[in-house]
Design a protein around this ligand. Structure first.
Ligand code: DAH
Length: 337
């Protein structure tokens, strides 16, 4: 008899646990605790049992009844709560989609640019973000009194160098370890002690390009940048050079792309501010002093180098007006790309 009571209890609890509707729960109550239930029948026969059996069977059936009643109450409360919250279990609802990440817009742009240059025969290389003054400045022909070396412009690390201010450092590292010819691009992060506002940040990204061979000319530089611009933006894009100065190139230029929004028309365009052109970066022919620093013979070799501001292109491309957004942890920004 005790075994039967245990079985009744087990059966009832299992069925209650599986119930998903209040109606079904009421039917279970009638079946397991109702007047014509087997448990009640057992209890009504207690009086006819011998004194040796009565206490044990009485206690077991009482405790089974209590446990079943408690399970019914709990399950009823849970189902009522769910019904009130409008979240009653609906097995036809779609499941939860697992979160899947994607590349940050700056990384995907850097990859896109890298693959354009790879198709032009450039290899993708990397360099350290923690640099020494030699690679960031001296070898790049930047003298000790140059304003970029000021404490106000560069993050110096106590006793161990600085955070690179430009990816041009990688030019030096590659030429130090590779004999010419070289053709590389180096995407990466840079740091400057700039006050942060909508267009400046203390950290940003560049892609450096370097091509050294016999008889490389400024025309090769322009052809490379035009090809990059047309593959990245649209096939009509034009590139313009403006004379400029960089210590490590001679001659040096700043280069602009024709605005891809107004197609260079200018007038009233908010992206290029009416000029028809958008400044992208700096470039030039590698200065012979740089070749000498790395042991290349400037009489035999010539080369071009360029730097591209990745944030600049990403901002133009996606119409982003604040550079700080790229470092936001708010996923509402990154999810848009
Ligand atoms: N490193 C320069 C900067 O951050 C950009 C630059 C200019 C890179 C001329 C070059 C170059 O490779 O030839 O402002």
């Amino acid at each position: 008899m005790l075994e039967e009571i245990e079985e009744l209890r087990r059966q009832a609890l299992a069925e209650i646990a599986a119930a998903v509707e209040l109606q079904a729960l009421e039917e279970l109550r009638v079946r397991h605790l109702g007047r014509r239930s087997r448990l009640r029948e057992v209890m009504s026969q207690l009086g006819s049992l011998g004194a040796d059996q009565r206490p044990a069977v009485g206690a077991a059936s009482g405790s089974a009844q209590k446990a079943i009643q408690e399970a019914l109450d709990q399950c009823k409360a849970a189902l009522q709560e769910a019904a009130e919250a409008g979240t009653a279990l609906d097995v036809t609802l779609p499941g939860h989609r697992p979160l899947s990440g994607h590349l940050h817009p700056l990384n995907s742009l850097a990859e896109e640019l890298s693959s354009i240059f790879q198709r032009l025969g450039f290899s993708v290389v990397d360099g350290p973000e923690i640099e020494d003054e030699y690679h960031n400045f001296d070898a790049l022909n930047t003298p000790a009194d140059h304003p970029a070396r000021d404490l106000q412009a560069t993050f110096y690390l106590e006793g161990c160098g600085l955070l690179r201010t430009q990816t041009s450092t990688v030019q030096i590292r590659i030429m130090e370890t590779t004999p010419p010819p070289v053709r590389v691009v180096a995407p990466g992060r840079c740091y400057r002690r700039d006050a942060v506002d909508a267009t400046h940040h203390f950290t940003f990204h560049q892609i450096e390009g370097l091509c050294v061979d016999r008889q490389v000319s400024l025309a090769d530089l322009k052809g490379t940048l035009v090809t990059m611009a047309r593959q990245l933006l649209d096939p009509q894009t034009r590139v313009r050079f403006r004379p400029h100065f960089f210590p490590f190139t001679e001659p040096s230029v700043e280069y602009d792309f024709s605005c891809s929004l107004c197609r260079g028309e200018g007038q009233g365009c908010r992206v290029c501010k009416g000029t028809g052109w958008i400044e992208i970066g700096g470039a030039g022919m590698v200065d012979p002093a740089v070749f000498e620093a790395v042991g290349y013979d400037p009489e035999q070799y010539s080369g071009f180098a360029f730097g591209i501001g990745i944030e600049r292109i990403a901002m133009i491309r996606h119409g982003i007006d604040d550079i700080r957004l790229f470092l936001e942890s708010d996923l509402r920004f990154t999810r848009q790309f």
